[in-house]
Design a protein. Sequence first.
Length: 72
Amino acid sequence: MPRDLKHLSARVSLILLALGFSLLGFLSFFLHAKGDLALGPSLELHCRYLGGCFSFFLGAVFFGVACTYWRR
C-alpha cells in the first residue's frame, strides 16, 4: 500500500506542476497591466512573452513526464 501511495502522489504532483506552469504561462499572456497599451513594444513586453512561452514549455515537459510515469 505505501508504494501505491508514493506512485499516486508522484503522479498527482507531476500533473499539478504541469497545470501550474501552464496557468502561469497563460496568465503572463492574457493579463496586462493598464499601462501596457501605451508602452508599445518594450523590453518588459518581450520578457513577459518569453517567460510565458518558457512556462508553457515547462508545463508541456511536466505533462509529458507525467504521461510517461503514468504508464509505468
